[in-house]
Design a binder for this molecule. Structure first.
Ligand SMILES: Cc1ncc(COP(=O)(O)O)c(C=O)c1O
Length: 367
């Protein structure tokens, strides 16, 4: 017994090398008891139909394993797709993870442009060390020509967010089609998490582009971030492999039960999206008035260039009861802070707090 214990002490279990080396993502989620303009969530509520549906969930419902397929059929029909062209996932976070698990061998290359959503880094590097990153220039627009030039015959997975996070930039449909055509050996995953706030999508091209997969989330416009539900839409032959690496019960039954109510309440969805679009114009006007440089956004957030006082601003805003997200650590984003757009009174509160906070920290356009 004593010898066995000693042996156990000498040997330390190590994870896979890729796990040791991969980056960690720790979103600053603690203490968010304030106006949430930090995570690009819906700042109000899901559709009232979702809230009604939640109240009908019974104890018996909770005892059952969830059934994803019937809801996939409903979602597919809603989007004009075949059931096999849709996979529901535990948020787009899981969709990214599953795409990497299904398509990336250790020798394969993946391609992204930066700055972008950090979970691509995490999930890709769990599978391969060969992640190519093409950095945007100071405009933070998608670097199309350099991106195309970075495709090699080893490229197996390409991930492009449009609109992108944290920049708010979109990628032209023609550019996305050119990327897919230039890399027939690779899957192009277009992450349309913020699709509703811009309205342009490549979904209509799915039938013609065999290597295209689109990710959509129900966390943002639909307001279901806490239920964890997203989807992949694409070629059924490709999704067959993703389904293979996916747990049968990856999406919980509460989310599955609420999703049909969320997607069919188009009145609520368009109302919320319109609120954000109006708020985005108001916010950008307000930033112009304050003299704060920002990047024109197609999403439900705006990236501002605060400069060296970025940390002070986030702190001062927190004291004013408003949460912002410091994006300074993102590549090419030194001094940048992101603010989410919500309902009219949230934008009003955000702008008022911003005015006070900028004054308080002694900010001026040259700092
Ligand atoms: C571009 C992008 N994709 C995906 C996600 C994650 O979405 P989900 O909540 O569905 O996991 C986010 C969340 O911020 C995002 O910004």
């Amino acid at each position: 017994m004593k010898i066995a214990n000693m042996a156990a002490k000498e040997k330390v279990v190590q994870p896979r090398k890729a796990v040791l080396d991969m980056p960690e993502y720790h979103p600053p989620l603690a203490g968010r008891d304030a106006l949430r303009l930090d995570f690009n969530e819906n700042t109000f509520s899901p559709s009232p139909r979702v809230m009604e549906r939640l109240h009908t969930i019974t104890a018996d419902d909770l005892t059952r394993y969830p059934e994803r397929e019937p809801v996939e059929r409903i979602v597919a029909e809603h989007f004009g797709l075949q059931a096999q062209q849709v996979l529901l996932t535990n948020g787009v976070d899981e969709a990214i993870h599953l795409m990497c698990a299904a398509f990336l061998d250790p020798d394969d290359e993946a391609l992204i442009s930066t700055p972008t959503f950090f979970m691509y880094d995490v999930s890709v590097q769990m599978m391969t060390l060969h992640l190519r990153k093409v950095q945007a220039d100071e405009t933070l627009e998608f670097p199309f020509e350099r991106f195309m030039a970075s495709i090699t015959e080893k490229t197996k997975l390409i991930i492009v967010a449009s609109p992108n996070n944290p920049t708010g930039a979109i990628v032209d449909r023609e550019h996305l089609l050119a990327i897919a055509a230039a890399a027939p050996q690779a899957v192009l995953m277009v992450d349309e998490a913020y699709y509703h706030f811009d309205g342009t999508s490549i979904m209509g091209d799915l039938a013609l582009v065999p290597n295209l997969v689109i990710a959509r989330t129900f966390s943002k416009a639909y307001g279901l971030a806490n239920l964890r539900i997203g989807m992949l839409a694409g070629n059924a032959d490709l999704l067959k492999y993703v389904r293979k690496v996916c747990s049968p019960y990856n999406v919980n039954g509460v989310a599955l039960s609420c999703l049909p109510a969320a997607i069919t309440d188009e009145t609520y969805l368009s109302w919320y999206v319109e609120q954000v679009r109006i708020g985005r114009e108001r916010l950008m006007d307000g930033l112009r008035e304050l003299g704060v440089p920002f990047f024109r956004s197609h999403a439900n957030f705006v990236l501002m260039n605060i400069g060296s006082k970025h940390k002070d601003l986030v702190k001062a805003m927190h004291n004013q009861g408003v949460l912002l997200r410091d994006r300074s650590a993102d590549p090419g984003c030194d001094g940048f802070v992101r603010i989410t757009i919500g309902l009219e009174h949230h934008v009003t509160q955000g702008l008022a707090a911003l005015k006070i906070s900028l004054q308080e920290i002694g900010w001026s356009a040259t700092v």
